[in-house]
Design a protein around this ligand. Sequence first.
Ligand code: F6P
Length: 313
Amino acid sequence: MKKLAVITSGGDAPGMNAALFGVVKAAARHDIEVFGCVNGYIGIIKEEFMLLTEAELFKVIDVGGTILGTQRFPEFAEKEIQTKAVDILKKHEIDGLAVIGGDGSYHGARALSQLGFPVAAIPGTIDNDIALTDITLGFHTAVENAVDAIDKVKTSAASHKHIFGIEVMGRQASDIAIWAGLATAADGIIGTNNDWNLEKVLKGIKMSAGKSQIYILAEGAISADQFKAEIESHSEYKVHPLVLGHIQRGGKPSVTDRIMGIKFGEQSVNTLLEGRTGVCLAVQNNQIVELELDKVLHASNNKPFLPFVSQNI
Ligand code: F6P
């Protein structure tokens, strides 16, 4: 094995640069060159490759986002484009590919491996919505970012006795909402598990009337604007809507995400070197393990250690 490629794909997640560092570091031990594909899968198709060095990546372990860039590329679901990607990788004498990304990126990785190209995937998404891993890269930082922002809102809300509906990211997953809501002792957490119940929320708001109140809303359950509209059209209470948005993906990766990123990156190279493909890495019981991509993509996402409190209104 002489050349590997790596992509960061889907939404950026804090810790992706640390994972790139891990890939390059492990590859250097075996005299393997690593090429980063610019902006994810589309970089393969456009043949935009950049040689990555350990010295360069060392400088960005503590930087959020991804220095490779990332872009959503739905066309990669097409077999013709996937075949073209394999042909291009082979033309550039690339022996294997590490994919760092979420669910959509995993589908692309599985397709390439089914076409016979060696692929190892790393779960990189703030949403924590990849099955069979206890945690995904970037989730820890995103929760810290959300909690930091909510803590700040709380002091203002308390001064004015305001009611806030704060929308957090997660696509169809509630993990950021649940963790951030618990850590800030929110008055309510509306998750995606059919948690939205107007009557219950109104009851809660009424019981705490006269005090500031914070409701954390998983974006897949209800938006901050919808929450405001529902409460205000069914009661006399006023709601301040707030969308935390991309603040959650930004800033420095936490220590957990840095270490996890480096370890995932290193292991992805070892996996490819040892000839295993069509796999993704996961954390189970504090260990990095390898799982079949196909198995993970068919499994349902039930995180074992998620506190069972999504209905705490
Ligand atoms: O998957 C990560 C994520 O941040 C989701 O939580 C969110 O729904 C989505 O990406 C936002 O995507 P974009 O940055 O493309 O608007």
